[in-house]
Design a protein around this ligand. Structure first.
Ligand code: UT7
Length: 333
């Protein structure tokens, strides 16, 4: 039986740190408000000469190295991003050539903050069907380029970064203890497309249209509405994968790696699922919401910090613009 195994992880964040105190000098906000309402204390901002692919390349290089393979062994590069370098070519192609992954196909996946979970679902299907053997899946974003730095309700939330995993075909039954992805569950609800969006800059409101307000090219968000559906949908997706994997209980999980959007959202999900204290991995205090990069960045940190042992069960959760949401359950090893 073929199983999709995580053979290596990597991540990268830009050097520049933007603290809540820095934001106090930019918009009418306070460290107290941001910390209490979100849990975020600082975030990273890409240098002027860094685009999303630059972050993705570093994270990808580290995942390949951790997996102990070469870039030539990679046969698919998949980049989940909502902030690609350009409309086209795909950011994945820029990553593919920079890494020297000369034998790989490459494409981007657009599912906003859920992009990494969607990517796991896609990569898993490719690997289990035998189409690809070494898939480099990267979540990478430069949210700082689409955030409205004059809008205090959104600009305090986001940050830049990248996380990656190298997925490989492994042997064994995950249900009987073999390592690998056990279940993924992904969903969408396009009726709520305007909960989080960048309305301008695309074909509906092209940048060439002189009548379009240039601020339409910045991120807009209905924070309260998003908060509620985020909690509900992540809980639902989590219950689905746990149930589908044979009725795994929350207390069986070694680690939960959720999308790092807001500490209050994470607390609400943890409470509803009755997750044991200390099992929810949190790094949003240092990086804010890095969209598609958020889950793989947190996962790489957890792996490198030695938080996982062979056989441990890990639950990943995400939600985001689309709306999209999903969950993935895996056995580490
Ligand atoms: O990847 C998915 C991304 N999206 C999300 O995760 C969004 C989910 N939503 C949230 O995280 C929360 O809804 C927010 C953090 C965005 C907002 O928190 P909230 O507790 O829902 O605040 P609110 O929007 O209800 O605003 C409360 C007050 C308002 O003032 P008034 O009208 O009560 O006088 C806001 O104007 O807080 C004000 N406010 C701020 N004050 C200081 C909003 N943003 C700020 C700010 N600093 N940055």
């Amino acid at each position: 039986m073929t199983a999709t195994v995580i053979a290596g992880t990597g991540s990268y964040v830009p050097e520049r740190v933007l603290t809540n105190a820095d934001l106090e000098r930019m918009v009418d906000t306070s460290d107290e408000w941001i910390t209490a309402r979100t849990g975020i204390r600082e975030r990273r901002i890409a240098a002027d000469n860094q685009a999303t692919s630059d972050l993705a390349i570093e994270a990808g290089r580290r995942a390949i190295e951790a997996a102990g393979i070469t870039a030539q062994d990679v046969d698919l590069v998949l980049v989940a991003t909502a902030t690609p370098d350009m409309f086209f070519p795909a950011t994945a192609c820029l990553v593919q050539t920079a890494l020297g992954a000369t034998n790989a196909a490459a494409f981007d996946l657009s599912a906003a903050c859920s992009g990494f979970i969607y990517g796991l679902n896609v990569a898993d299907a490719y690997i289990r069907s035998g189409s690809y053997k070494n898939v480099l899946l990267i979540g990478a974003e430069t949210m700082s380029r689409v955030v409205d730095w004059e809008d205090r309700t959104t600009c305090v939330l986001f940050g830049d970064g990248a996380g990656a995993v190298l997925l490989q075909a492994g042997e064994g039954d995950t249900g009987s203890g073999a390592p690998g992805l056990m279940r993924t569950d992904i969903h969408s609800d396009g009726a709520a497309w305007d909960y989080i969006c960048v309305p301008g800059g695309g074909s509906r409101m092209p940048p060439s249209d002189a009548l379009v307000d240039s601020r339409q090219q910045f991120l807009k968000m209905k924070g309260n509405e998003t908060f509620k559906v985020a909690v509900r949908n992540m809980e639902r997706a989590a219950r689905t994968v746990l149930e589908d994997a044979g009725g795994i209980k929350a207390h069986d999980l070694a680690l939960v790696v959720p999308h790092q959007a807001n500490m209050r959202i994470l607390n609400a999900v943890a409470e509803r699922l009755e997750l044991p204290a200390g099992k929810v991995y949190v790094n949003l205090d240092r990086y804010g919401n890095t969209s598609a990069a958020s889950v793989p960045l947190a996962f790489d940190e957890a792996v490198r910090a030695g938080r996982l042992e062979r056989g441990d069960l890990v639950l990943m959760l995400a939600f985001g613009s689309g709306l999209t949401w999903g969950a993935a359950l895996l056995r580490w090893g």
